[in-house]
Design a protein around this ligand. Structure first.
Ligand code: NAP
Length: 308
């Protein structure tokens, strides 16, 4: 699309960082189920961080850093409702795409409001070395839980135990029987399962849940591009175990983003919350980045750096 001068109530911005999210693949389906699809030929929707170049919005001046619904484009012109000035007292631009960004908010609300994490819980997190997973796992450790991560490959597992301080990590790609591996890491069962991947991993988790356990269904990336959907077999166990299984969308908690960011920024500044940002350089890397998410090519939060 051509670059457009801002009308009254709009700003022209320069994209700095773009978040790459598995949901982008879902938005390309004919019916994503919770948002309108991104049509063929339309600009891919994407959140990110930008610098204001020209502004006709009260309160925004050239040079200000904003977050917003930028799309895969270098110089979008956007209305005030699509932009929010960054509070740099909480963190810098990279923090706002990472531990203060939407993936981190998803982890925070999934663990607290949906999963109702409690000190002493045994917590299991799948996709644990990814953007949402790495924060969800640490919401667990910071709440004095025993946390077990599931991730693909020895390097990701080492990141979880050595850098993030998880109690155990399971490389699901190298175990024959995931349910047994979880049972070994959590002999007394799992109180809270934060599910990023769905499919057989969800089955293995259900098998290991304790009485009245909670499962927060955040995502199911193993099924997003599957030709044949995996049918979860162990749901019957949810009856006897009295499990509570709840899906959620981060935007459900929009009114409480400030509360989450205050907590995340506090932990970040205290050095207790860590996170890895996986940066690709150049807007043209965005499609490759989206593919990486489905092949496990990223560790931590994947983003594209469009400009310095
Ligand atoms: P991410 O975890 O940073 O990246 C995706 C990871 O998924 C990959 O690195 C890969 O890690 C794993 N993966 C890919 N294919 C897999 C498979 N077949 N089986 C198991 N794991 C697989 O992505 P993210 O942005 O943090 O998103 C994580 C999940 O949260 C996604 O399902 C996403 O849709 C969901 N989400 C939900 C909300 C919400 O509001 N509910 C908001 C944001 C994200 P390994 O190398 O470990 O396999």
């Amino acid at each position: 699309e051509p670059v457009r001068q801002p009308a009254e109530g709009e700003a022209l911005v320069e994209t700095l960082l773009l978040s790459i999210d598995p949901a982008m693949r879902v938005w390309m389906n004919a019916d994503p189920g919770y948002v309108p699809p991104v049509a063929l030929g339309a600009v891919m929707r994407a959140g990110g961080i930008a610098r204001v170049l020209e502004s006709r919005i009260r309160g925004l001046a050239p040079g200000d850093l904003v977050q917003g619904r930028l799309g895969w484009q270098s110089h979008p012109t956007l209305p005030a409702a699509a932009l929010q000035k960054l509070d740099l007292s909480l963190g810098d631009a990279e923090a706002w795409i990472g531990p203060l960004g939407t993936s981190a908010l998803t982890a925070y609300f999934g663990m607290t409001a949906v999963g109702r994490v409690r000190p002493g819980d045994t917590v299991l997190v799948s996709g644990a070395a990814g953007a949402v997973g790495q924060i969800a796992a640490q919401v667990g450790t910071l709440n004095h839980c025993r946390v077990i991560g599931v991730a693909g490959g020895p390097e990701k597992c080492a990141y979880l135990t050595r850098e993030l301080g998880l109690d155990a990590a399971i490389d699901y790609k190298s175990v024959d029987d995931l349910a047994s591996a979880i049972a070994k890491a959590a002999p007394e069962g799992v109180d809270l399962y934060f599910d990023n991947v769905g499919g057989p991993t969800l089955d293995a988790a259900i098998q290991n849940m304790r009485h009245k356990g909670r499962i927060a269904i955040c995502g199911r990336i193993s099924q997003t591009t599957a030709a044949d959907l995996y049918g979860v077999k162990n749901l019957g166990l949810a009856i006897g175990k009295r499990l509570r299984i709840q899906g959620f969308i981060v935007a459900d908690f929009h009114d409480r983003y400030g509360e989450a960011r205050a907590w995340l920024a506090g932990e970040l500044k205290a050095g207790r919350l860590k996170q890895r940002l996986h940066l690709l350089d150049g807007l043209e890397q965005a499609p490759l980045g989206l593919k990486m998410l489905f092949e496990g090519g990223n560790t931590g939060k994947l983003a594209v750096r469009v400009a310095d």
